[in-house]
Design a protein around this ligand. Sequence first.
Ligand code: NAP
Ligand code: MG
Length: 409
Amino acid sequence: MVGENKIDVKSTIVEIDGDEMTRVMWKWVKDDLLFPYLNMKLEYYDLGLPKRDETGDKITVDAANAIKKHTVGIKCATITPDKNRIKEYGLKQEWKSPNATLRAALDGTIFRGPILVGNILPGVRTWKKPIFIGRHAYGDVYKNQEIRVTGPGKGELLFTPEKGEPVRLTIHDFKGPGILRGVHNTDASIQSFARASFLFALDRKMPLWFSAKDTISKSYDGNFRAIFQEVYEKDFKKKMEDAKLEYFYTLIDDAVARLMKGEGGLLWALKNYDGDVMSDMLGSAFGSLAMMTSVLVSPSGYFEFEAAHGTVQKHFYKYKKGEKTSTNPMALIFAWTGGIRKRGELDKTPDVVDFANKLDAASLETIESGIMTNDLALAATPNKNNKVVMTEDFIGAIRKNLDKKLKVT
Ligand code: NAP
Ligand code: MG
């Protein structure tokens, strides 16, 4: 497929580049699996750490605004700097997590689900269908204030309303050193989280579970539970019932126990931290962190597709030394196909949607034929056809399958 035979993607997609091994693979995926087949209008934002440092992190805010303008963004994994990274990259300061900045700007819910292939069985024997996680992407410990308590003193929680009397609670009377944390959330953000979750469940025809710890955290988690129930009764009860889908609230510990015994096939909505942890657990249980898709859905209708894993630092250091690595690009490929498919749906261009579906299928069939990266070989059903390949060769094998599907000769 060359020149004028390429498929036109009608509207602009926001491309957000990142760091390390994922940045390397990002380019390979584009050059080998996308550019030869598609005419895309990409608005490019380089969120690689050097550029974030150079622009005082303005580039991240610009990227968020670009998604608001163009609706669909596709993001590579990025480094969240810590003390070591400051030294490694000579940073001006410890920049905030770009994901946190983007999520705060778009106020969304992150939906994560496994990429399933026939020759990798889930770690949990009873699981037969995918389990999706809906992770609230605003507030809680990701937007907190913390104090290192250095000695005796009183820790207090204080709310000063614009009108009326302040509310003051003692958190703890410290007799010695300790720690304090203040977290928050807003009804508006929780309502959008609940709405996004019901919409996603209806869209994918899956029952919805929400779980928290409202027995212990009666006001905080209790508020999440109450809002979910309100949103359900007001706007979604009838739709869910018509679709024969259940909405179910249960305590998070009960949910974990049920999940381990169930067969999957549901959307599990979770608060920010619970969703962060549980999505890595699910990703690994379904085979590999690199087999997990992730999309941020904002209540205003913006979509940001990404991989659920990080920048795969250890592999990058090998790559920098000139070694070839067997790093898995599946989640990056699925971030691109997810974004391209959504663009096609919004633009009403079925050929673009069809391309995304074919690239997905070509990737899955490559793994099912036994050609896979090292992380997958460890999880795959043993077979004499299984062959571990380096990333470039894996992408090459996908391209061959894609060409067959697109009838390119
Ligand atoms: P990571 O990139 O998720 O990788 C952790 C380990 O998981 C790797 O060392 C590798 O195991 C395995 N792995 C993850 N993705 C893989 C892939 N595509 N193919 C094969 N194996 C894969 O986490 P990290 O290396 O601890 O973190 C690196 C950086 O990522 C950090 O600076 C962090 O801030 C950032 N991060 C970014 C995001 C994001 O942008 N969404 C999310 C999480 C972390 P083996 O080494 O055993 O092969
Ligand atoms: Mg995580």
